[in-house]
Design a protein around this ligand. Structure first.
Ligand code: AOF
Ligand code: ZN
Length: 350
């Protein structure tokens, strides 16, 4: 059987359902499901509301009740085949008498995979891959973490026009404008982990929480992670009770990410200083770069990244720019520019 126009439009709807706002971030993927009858009309819909809640398919089956029999299930992710926090969707679809399953992204999660095979075993017509790229984009970092066995890393920094992140005396407040800082908080809120080094904790004493326009912490806070061998002074703001904090006693980015991955972390927002930035860049562990550039000159002071050992222009690390956004200054504040980039070449592996 080939994909019908009704199935395509149901998949578009399922993608919208998957991305329903308000679903708490991770560790589970966002999934949407639409059940269609023979005529291509929608019988029921469902989406996943976060870890511990029923999967999208089960939501849709429940909403349909007996009407699920003989329908086509259109799902953004291959139905799971395991009993985890909830039961296997493959069995739920079989029990409900679903006749055909069309899904977008294949689930390579080792604990959940095998749904399509199981469904075919009992004679259900299964089609894979419809709008798979769109589905992968909905769960960009979940997919990345699954496929790479480590979290996706966004390195964020703020600099002056001459690439300085701090003045010669070490002061760094405030390079970026209020609008840029607010924007940073928004991006922090899209990650599940913020990472800095022990040096940053000692020198800058950041709280590392996600705060709103009136500087109040939002309800759901990412994990605060500090890496480095040094002990943290107990009075540091990062140790307050506004969010959870973990101290990773290592200087090795691979090891830090492995520990975070073991804790179900999928997206690290790296906000450390020049040394930690260099360590991640040299290890080839930066997947995305977000730079806020302020119209300011210092002429001296530390750079956003420490010496990468590049002595000639041909050896420069190049980045591909995917977005440029102007953050307009208000009330006499500077206008800042945000650049979103990806490294175009893999750096030497350490
Ligand atoms: C979801 N929602 O709608 C679907 C998922 O932690 P569990 O037991 O709920 O299982 C999570 C895995 O189940 C998840 O990583 C994915 O592989 C599969 N499908 N998960 O959270 C859903 N369909
Ligand atoms: Zn499932």
């Amino acid at each position: 059987m080939t994909t019908s126009e009704a199935e395509r439009s149901a998949m578009r709807r399922a993608l919208v359902l998957a991305a329903t706002p308000g679903v708490p971030l991770g560790p589970n993927p966002r999934v949407g499901c639409v059940l269609l009858d023979d005529a291509g009309a929608t019988v029921a819909e469902g989406f996943h509301r976060g870890a511990g809640h029923p999967h999208a398919e089960v939501e849709a089956l429940r909403a349909a009740g007996d009407a699920a029999r003989g329908t086509t299930a259109v799902v953004t992710l291959e139905p799971c085949n395991h009993t985890g926090r909830t039961g296997p969707c493959s069995e739920a679809l079989i029990a409900a008498g679903v006749r055909r399953v069309v899904f977008a992204q294949t689930d390579t999660n080792p604990v959940a995979e095998g749904g399509a095979t199981r469904l075919r075993e009992v004679g259900i017509d299964v089609e894979a891959g419809l709008m798979a790229d769109e589905a992968r984009a909905v769960n960009r970092t979940w997919t990345f973490a699954l496929e790479h066995g480590r979290p996706f890393v966004t390195w964020k920094f703020a600099t002056t026009l001459d690439g300085r992140s701090a003045a010669a005396d070490g002061t760094s407040r405030w390079v970026s404008s209020r609008a840029a800082r607010l924007d940073t908080h928004r991006l922090r809120g899209l990650c599940d982990t913020m990472l800095v080094g022990t040096h940053t904790v000692e020198v800058d004493d950041p709280e590392l929480t996600v705060r709103d326009e009136v500087d109040e912490p939002v309800a759901h806070q990412p994990l605060r992670a500090v890496m480095g061998l040094r002990d943290l002074a107990p009075d540091r703001r990062i140790l307050n009770d506004r969010a959870e904090t973990v101290h990773l006693r290592t200087r090795d980015p691979h090891e830090a990410l492995a520990t975070l991955f073991a804790r179900d972390r999928q997206h690290v927002f790296l906000e450390g200083g020049p040394t930690i930035a260099r360590a991640f860049l040299e290890a080839g562990l930066v997947d995305e770069v977000v730079a806020y550039v302020a119209p300011m000159l210092l002429g001296a002071g530390s750079s956003a990244v420490a010496d990468l050992g590049v002595t000639t222009i041909a050896d420069a690390l190049h980045l591909h720019v995917s977005d440029v956004t102007v953050l307009q200054g208000h009330d006499g504040e500077d206008t800042n520019v945000r650049l979103t980039m990806t490294p175009t070449q893999t750096q030497r592996s350490s």
